[in-house]
Design a binder for this molecule. Structure first.
Ligand SMILES: Cc1cc2nc3c(=O)[nH]c(=O)nc-3n(C[C@H](O)[C@H](O)[C@H](O)COP(=O)(O)OP(=O)(O)OC[C@H]3O[C@@H](n4cnc5c(N)ncnc54)[C@H](O)[C@@H]3O)c2cc1C
Length: 449
């Protein structure tokens, strides 16, 4: 067993994906699943476990404390090819799991739009994927995990063992303890390929019709053009697919070769360039309907092809805004928010629209609920972006929706507490040594050490 040095070591910079806010984090790497309580004997600041920093904002930051970097804790512990149950240390990435499991005929039960996230990070944000309407969240497929608390206690959590901590930790933003290992139910596949179909739509009604027609298709997601108004308002491409049932070679994925090489200047992304991108993307699919067999990499992870693509937004970074609005107000709320975004001129070319299904999330604080979710990226222009975010968050609240902490760097304490009224019940499960900049911002809580 390798214990970490008690010196504060590690890479000097740990940034969230949106590169905002920026703090000079102090980092202690965890190399082994027993490390956390040993570390707490030596350090007396508050701390936060972190993974790959693929959250956009400050759920993976702690301004005056220590980040416990879990990525060195990445061993595969057990895999049963009969049942598909895979147990691994929590710092393993989904990319590492895929490299191991795909050649054996297994795939992740739920995956986000990047494979460079850790197992622990995926649980702590209870992430969702393109199959939410049939498979629910990532946490639905976590059968057990170990939670280690700063006092050295270790707990096995599952729906039947310490069920309160199981529910608080799934979607628990890293605040209930360090997840050291977890068991995940993988799903069988016979091919790397996806039976893909892309369909152009114009407007939210057409999007909703396509959603209804694709209820039995495993993966659905849409790209929507948020810059267009008039007859092109809410035009987009509805993308759907199932794992191909035709047997095929199950090779591991090649390593990505492209890296975004530098921080782009602030003027590179403006409303004109984004609107041009959107027009090209919409018309790239020249036919109303396109059918193809596509490898799972471009289907699930188109953005992973260029490592560090967030540099495209320059040093000031980007903000992401993701809401879910329940069905009752989903259509009017989405139309109103899309209009507000178009009016602001703060264009976003990564705009993803999806319907969440009604599979219940196991986490006490999980984000998804039935309705429409929309995720938008914006370059940070402080005088414009933050007022727009405040308006969009208030609109989300008026329509009965909520925002996703994993993507957030701007919601206020009042907004968060209205979105997640159960937050005080959840706070009872927090480890007294663990906190985050997000948690302090949205609860007004001070570090407890
Ligand atoms: C390009 C891109 C696409 C994305 N697409 C999606 C998507 O489709 N759906 C979706 O839901 N999300 C999506 N995300 C967000 C991402 O999946 C989540 O933010 C995820 O949680 C990041 O994992 P991470 O390993 O980087 O964790 P970090 O961002 O480092 O940390 C995330 C949270 O996990 C906690 N944590 C990390 N490790 C542990 C541990 N061992 N024990 C306890 N707590 C821990 C941290 O404290 C923090 O609160 C996307 C992000 C990017 C950059």
């Amino acid at each position: 067993m390798s214990l970490p040095s008690t010196e504060l070591e590690g890479p000097p910079a740990f940034e969230p994906w949106g590169r905002y806010p920026k703090y000079n984090a102090r980092i202690v790497p965890l190399h082994w699943r027993g490390d956390f309580p040993a570390v707490t004997d030596k350090i007396h600041d508050s701390a936060l476990p972190v993974g790959m920093g693929r959250s956009y904002g400050d759920v993976c930051l702690l301004k005056d404390g220590i980040l416990l970097l879990t990525t060195g804790m990445n061993r595969l512990i057990d895999f049963d090819p009969e049942t598909g149950l895979l147990t691994a240390e929590a710092g393993i990435t989904l990319a590492q799991i895929l490299d191991f499991a795909v050649p054996k005929g297994f795939f992740l039960p739920v995956t986000p739009g990047t494979k460079y996230v850790t197992l622990g990070g995926a649980i702590a944000n209870d992430i969702h994927g393109k199959n939410h309407h049939v498979a629910g969240t990532f946490g639905c497929h976590i059968t057990r995990f170990e939670l280690v608390r700063s006092d050295g206690s270790r707990m096995i959590c599952s729906p039947t063992e310490n069920p309160d901590y199981y529910a608080a930790t799934i979607g628990g933003l890293g605040l209930t303890g360090v997840i050291t290992w977890a068991t995940l139910q993988m799903k069988p596949i016979v091919s790397r390929l996806i039976d893909y179909e892309g369909i152009q739509f114009h407007g939210i009604d057409e999007f909703l019709d396509l959603t209804e027609q694709s209820k039995n298709i495993e993966y659905t997601v849409s790209w929507v053009d948020v810059t267009s108004t008039g007859k092109n308002f809410a035009r987009g491409v509805f993308m759907q697919g199932d794992h191909s049932s035709k047997r095929d070679e199950l090779k591991p994925s090649p390593k990505p070769k492209l890296v975004f090489p530098f921080d782009a200047p602030g003027f590179a992304l403006n409303s004109l360039s984004v609107s041009m991108f959107n027009t090209v993307f919409f018309h790239k699919q020249i036919h109303k309907r396109v059918v193809a067999l596509q490898d799972y990499e471009p289907f699930f992870y188109p953005l992973d092809k260029v490592l560090h693509w967030n540099r495209m937004y320059g040093k000031s970074g980007l903000l992401q805004f993701q809401y879910v609005i329940p069905w009752e107000h989903a259509k009017e709320g989405t139309a109103a928010i899309l209009r507000e975004v178009a009016k602001s001129g703060l264009a976003s070319f990564l705009a993803v629209l999806k319907a969440f299904g009604d599979v219940p999330s196991p986490g006490m604080m999980s984000f998804p609920k039935p309705g429409i979710t929309l995720a938008l990226d914006f370059p940070i222009k402080p005088e414009k972006s933050f007022p727009l975010f405040a308006r969009l968050a208030d609109m989300t609240r008026e329509f009965g929706g909520r925002l996703y902490p994993a993507k957030d760097a701007a919601m206020t304490a009042a907004q968060y507490q209205a979105f997640y009224p159960q937050w005080q019940r959840f706070a009872r499960f927090r480890d007294p040594m663990l906190t985050s900049s997000f948690w302090e911002r949205v609860t007004g809580d001070q570090p407890s050490i």
